[in-house]
Design a protein around this ligand. Structure first.
Ligand code: F6R
Length: 364
């Protein structure tokens, strides 16, 4: 059931600290601050590159993972949406690794992409939330996220559990490849081990996010911008908002604004800025100033330091905990989920069962 919640989606949002912790406990040792993955049928050192394929929100998890693998494992990563990947006859070098991310394990396009990779000599790994699934059966190895059943059509807790799983895989790959030493591993592990507690803190700021929803729910178009892993978070925020509230929303890499979308900006277009304190902060901040100069109403997602610097210019801010930039995308996923949720509630849409959508897309 929904417990005390009006919607499954809210129940699933607030479950995140617990299920992220649960998912982490399968391969994370908090005492030694090390990660132990099950035996994998390949050596990370032998891989020239990896391919990650998924659809929708699961694809945004793949995009975030790309930044992680590149940074901590010095491994180039190709990501693609399954509906494109399955038909473009991509050349794959024998013995490569292809990973597939899916809450359901049944998404038709992702399953077809997996079969293509298998026929083309790849090691097949998948990250799946449902215990028994078609993708699981076709995979050489499976990481089961421990999000528990996700009933709301819009993915929330499955996404953040995919992310912590991918973060741990990337760190392990970095250690095996000799890119990061045990000290760096311990530092990243410490950051990850804090995620459940930081997520719980974020969930305490509901009321603020609900008030901000009132400032944007009457808009016709909303832009989300971010850089680095904040870019896929912006895409995810826009997807959540459009599917739940039916407001047109777009996520953009902040640096792309001046290549087109800034033409949309006026005082009727709110811009949600995803800007944790990380090496991209100043760049994103200057994009934020550019949209404000064109009268955009900005909602600013940052930590105390970021808000101190720029918060006064925004119509509203969501203050997030100060964390290692490596884990920021996991945590910044929560306020964008909550914002979409509260906007949808204000619009009176069917939050758990948005029109035209199915939980598991088993036809292409
Ligand atoms: C968005 C959403 C969808 C799914 C997509 C993939 O909130 O839920 O975009 O992420 O249909 O589904 P899975 O992960 O089951 O393959």
């Amino acid at each position: 059931g929904k417990g005390n919640h009006r919607h499954f989606m809210m129940k699933e949002i607030v479950e995140q600290p617990a299920v992220i912790g649960e998912t982490l406990s399968s391969f994370f040792n908090p005492r030694s601050r090390t990660i132990t993955l099950p035996d994998l049928p390949f050596d990370w050192k032998d891989l020239p590159k990896i391919t990650i394929v998924a659809c929708g929100t699961s694809f945004y998890a793949a995009m975030i993972a790309k930044y992680w693998f590149e940074k901590v494992a010095d491994l180039s990563v190709e990501v693609d949406i399954a509906s494109e990947f399955r038909y473009r006859n991509m050349p794959l070098r024998e013995g490569g690794l292809a990973m597939f991310i899916s809450q359901s394990g049944e998404t038709a396009d992702t399953l077809a992409a997996l079969k293509y990779a298998k026929e083309n000599g790849q090691h097949i790994g998948s990250i799946i939330n449902v215990e028994e699934s078609s993708m699981g059966r076709e995979s050489d190895f499976v990481f089961h996220t421990q999000a528990g059943p996700e009933i709301g059509v819009a993915s929330t807790k499955a996404f953040t559990c995919q992310l912590v799983t991918l973060a741990c895989i990337a760190i392990d790959a970095g250690v095996q490849r000799g890119v990061i030493d045990h000290e760096e591993e311990a530092r990243l592990c410490a950051a990850i081990s804090e995620v459940p507690a930081r997520a719980a803190e974020i969930l305490e700021s509901h009321v603020n996010i609900k008030n901000l929803a009132e400032k944007i729910f009457e808009a016709n178009d909303i832009l989300y911008i971010g850089r680095g892993t904040g870019y896929p978070v912006a895409l995810e925020g826009a997807l959540k908002l459009k599917e739940l509230s039916y407001i047109h929303a777009e996520g953009y890499a902040a640096g792309e604004l001046k290549h087109g979308p800034i033409a949309l900006i006026d005082d009727t277009v709110p811009v949600i800025v995803v800007a944790p304190s990380d090496p991209y902060f100043e760049k994103t901040a200057s994009n934020m100033q550019e949209v404000m100069a064109r009268k955009a109403r900005v909602i600013f997602l940052s930590d105390a330091a970021g808000i101190e610097q720029l918060g006064e210019h925004a119509v509203g801010s969501i203050e997030l905990p100060s964390v290692d930039p490596f884990v920021a995308p996991i945590l910044y996923a929560l306020p964008v989920q909550l914002l979409a949720y509260y906007v949808a509630v204000l619009k009176g849409t069917d939050v758990d069962q948005p029109r035209n959508l199915a939980k598991s897309v088993t036809v292409e």
